[in-house]
Unconditional design. Sequence first.
Length: 199
Amino acid sequence: MARKAIRLGWFTIAWNCLEAVIALASGLLAGSIALVGFGFDSCIEVASGSAVLWRMRHDAEEARREGLERASLRMVGACFLALALYMAYESAECLLAGKAPKQSLAGILLAAASLVVMPLLSRAKRRVAGPLGSAALSADARQTDFCAYLSAILLAGLLLNALFGVWWADPLAALVMTPIIAKEGTEALRAKTCCGRRC
């Protein structure tokens, strides 16, 4: 089970790296705030997933491990909150200025793929977390659920823009994503550790 958990951790990091590259590149080309925000969220998820993987792979001293975990959670939480502020500001500016993003087929395909992959990955993490008694992996599964929600919102915004020319659906999607990302950040900042695990 421990090996399966580590494989899931590596897959999560690889998938989020792919998401980040595609979302940031296509988002910048299309001028899509929702896609750019999704890409930055994926970058933060890579950092968070790396911390979870590190916890699963190393048996460091408990006090040192908890100290490092608290510091990494604070950093991840601060990054999520900064991203939420950026997305709220940029979305509001686009809506007020009437800036229409271009259509993005790459973004649509990425969001659709993530909407399929993320729930499956979350379910796999939960199945492994139970027998291992891993609170860290359970928390990571919840974070993967957040990614699925963001993928659904992103896909809706991109499709409305591409199929019906509803340009404001993209910045509106980014605004809807903002509280979800802010909640991720708040939870990371408030999280306490016990026995090297996020509780």
